[in-house]
Write a protein that binds this ligand. Structure first.
Ligand SMILES: CC(C)(COP(=O)(O)OP(=O)(O)OC[C@H]1O[C@@H](n2cnc3c(N)ncnc32)[C@H](O)[C@@H]1OP(=O)(O)O)[C@@H](O)C(=O)NCCC(=O)NCCS
Length: 247
């Protein structure tokens, strides 16, 4: 079991947040686990619990303990060795380009300003206890904090010179893995076929940096992503039921 004290969430959600991620050994202890978690959950105002999928009886026990089911989360990856660009990505229109945002507060801030309520399928946005405005603050802070991290880069997606989306990526020099941390198409540009570009270009940037693999996490609430990532033949590495408990 991994317990993460999500201290950065205090400023986003105004409360103490922890994440408990269960592993294969934890889920074997079905009789004692709920009691253990019920004790651990008292340590924070808001507890996120991730259970490896397939353990329905365990899931039902936590639901009876006032946990709310939020989503399935899938950690997905694509091996970039011998990468072949899918045909649909080769058809992205000429006016659609991708550019790294200079690493300074002013330029990154211009991307942050455009977030609005675009993250409408996010688990904070969909949670009746929070909603879109909390998600907006959370993602804005996430991007702003990432400027301090040397391995993080921010990119903008442009369509005919207008900023239509962004991608925050990280690169791990030791593993040669790239990670799509956050990406998306801004409101007003969504639903117009640009989704493929905000996956294609981060892959392209990762290849240019010599990365061998690219990873990301997607939510079962976000149907569009289940149409987009399979085009690039991403595979699922890990899957979790994600629940939360509010003290
Ligand atoms: C998810 C997202 C990237 C998709 O991009 P988009 O430009 O809106 O989507 P597209 O127009 O390219 O559509 C891609 C496919 O998804 C489908 N789709 C788009 N929005 C959808 C929705 N809300 N529900 C179901 N399907 C949807 C489209 O019909 C299309 O399918 P098709 O190829 O079978 O026609 C974009 O909506 C977005 O940025 N959302 C908010 C932020 C986000 O969720 N980021 C990702 C995780 S960090």
């Amino acid at each position: 079991m991994q317990i993460v004290e999500a201290t950065w969430e205090r400023r986003n959600l105004g409360m103490d947040v922890q994440e408990i991620i269960l592993d294969g050994i934890d889920v074997e202890q079905e009789d004692s686990l709920p009691g253990k978690i019920n004790h651990l959950r008292l340590a924070a105002d808001y507890t996120v619990l991730k259970i490896p999928v397939g353990h329905i009886s365990l899931l039902s026990r936590f639901l009876r303990e006032d946990f709310l089911f939020l989503e399935c989360q899938y950690l997905i990856s694509k091996n970039l060795e011998e990468y072949v660009c899918p045909r649909k990505a080769r058809l992205i229109k000429d006016g659609v380009t991708y550019a790294e945002v200079p690493k300074n507060a002013s330029d990154w801030g211009k991307i942050v300003e455009k977030i609005g309520t675009m993250f409408s399928m996010d688990r904070i946005s969909l949670d009746p206890a929070f909603g879109k405005s909390f998600a907006t603050v959370r993602y804005a802070n996430w991007i702003k904090d990432s400027i301090e991290k040397v391995d993080y880069s921010l990119y903008s997606l442009l369509t005919n010179g207008k900023t239509a989306g962004f991608c925050l990526s990280s690169y791990d020099r030791d593993t040669a893995n790239a990670n799509i941390v956050l990406n998306g198409i801004f409101e007003g540009y969504q639903g117009k076929g640009l989704g493929i570009a905000i996956i294609h270009y981060p892959i392209f940037a990762a290849l240019e940096k010599g990365c061998k693999k690219i990873l990301t996490a997607i939510s079962s609430n976000n149907t569009a992503l289940f149409k987009l990532y399979p085009l690039f033949e991403f595979i699922v590495e890990e899957s979790y039921y994600v629940l939360r408990y509010l003290r």
